[in-house]
Design a protein around this ligand. Structure first.
Ligand SMILES: NC(=O)c1ccc[n+]([C@@H]2O[C@H](COP(=O)([O-])OP(=O)(O)OC[C@H]3O[C@@H](n4cnc5c(N)ncnc54)[C@H](OP(=O)(O)O)[C@@H]3O)[C@@H](O)[C@H]2O)c1
Length: 291
């Protein structure tokens, strides 16, 4: 099975490349500098020349607040490029693996979202990701869309790394306590998806369980609770204050409660993600050893 990974330089992209389940041979991983997914000609040439069996798209515009001002750029990367990618994958009969977000929901349900719940994104980023989901469903027969949330890892820009940097600088930290979601370790997502792809490789392609799946760890917590757990795991004791999201004048609305229920993923593929606390413990051990 030939894998093509796009957006390999981002946190999830790096997690795929570092996964013990990543097939070193028979795979091609390209970062932004190597392939701009909005370059439609380059994308077409790549798919035609490489002829992958699976495309894993980790390339995305992920700056949720800035997207409100850069809506056109966000839509170009997260929607238009993915529409084109979906068309190319459909033509090549290749499986498209796409990542989406809890921000397709408005956060008003009050309990964990399942795949069939109504979507109603509150911001441009969420809209751009939802439009991509819809285009993939329209164009592709072979697709897997994984909605994940609050990704953290040792790579790239993420809340976990920001919190550690601020605490180590001795900065007093204010964190939102009225938005709840499911932190999810990028490495666990990559491992789980690669195990699903191993099942796909062995499967009758006409019968495979294509579709949209939620893929996030538990338990659901607020950003403030997540920050507290990060500091506890790393034995850091910064001055930490819980604040309301109204405190941030970012001009972007986010869902108040966007926990994802990942039961459909577990029952379909027989795989469950570890809790985010387990991932945090593993990460903190590596960090303490200086890995
Ligand atoms: N991070 C989260 O909390 C979260 C939550 C839910 C869902 N997701 C989804 O999970 C996926 C992976 O997210 P992530 O956390 O790994 O994001 P990330 O760290 O921001 O990585 C995204 C990567 O895409 C690259 N990229 C941007 N524009 C591109 C383009 N035109 N062509 C090719 N590459 C481009 C970026 O490169 P540059 O840095 O050079 O721009 C970056 O390396 C995305 O689909 C995201 O929407 C993320």
């Amino acid at each position: 099975m030939k894998l093509l990974l796009l957006g390999a330089g981002g946190q999830l992209g790096q997690a795929f490349c570092q996964s013990p389940f990543w097939p070193g041979n028979n795979s091609l991983a390209l970062n932004h500098a190597q392939l701009d997914i909005t370059d439609s000609k380059a994308l077409q040439q790549l798919i035609t020349a490489y002829q992958p069996d699976v495309v894993i798209n980790c390339a995305a515009y992920t700056k949720v607040a800035l997207a409100q001002q850069q809506a056109e750029l966000c839509l170009q990367i997260n929607t238009n490029a993915v529409v084109h990618l979906a068309q190319l994958c459909a033509k090549a009969q290749c499986l498209l693996v796409q990542f989406s977000t809890d921000y397709v929901f408005n956060g008003e349900k009050g309990s964990a979202y399942i795949e069939t719940d109504s979507t109603a994104p509150l911001n441009v980023y969420g809209q751009s990701k939802l439009l991509a989901e819809q285009a993939i469903q329209q164009h592709c027969q072979r697709y897997l869309i994984f909605r994940t949330s609050w990704l953290f890892s040792q790579y790239g820009h993420n809340f976990y790394r920001t919190m550690l940097t601020l605490a180590e600088k001795g900065t007093a930290i204010s964190v939102v306590d009225d938005e709840t979601g499911c932190p999810t370790y990028a490495g666990d997502v990559a491992d789980a998806v690669l195990k699903v792809l191993a099942q796909y490789n062995q499967s009758d392609k006409a019968q495979f369980s294509y579709g949209i799946y939620h893929l996030a760890s538990t338990p659901a917590v607020s950003w403030y609770q997540f920050a507290s757990a990060i500091f506890a795991a790393h034995q850091l004791t910064p001055v930490l204050t819980a604040v309301s999201s109204k405190h941030w004048a970012g001009g972007v609305k986010r869902p108040a409660y966007s926990a994802l229920n990942s039961r459909a993923f577990s029952t379909t593929f027989g795989i469950s993600l570890p809790s985010w606390q387990q991932a945090l413990t593993r990460l903190s051990r590596h960090r303490d050893k200086g890995d």
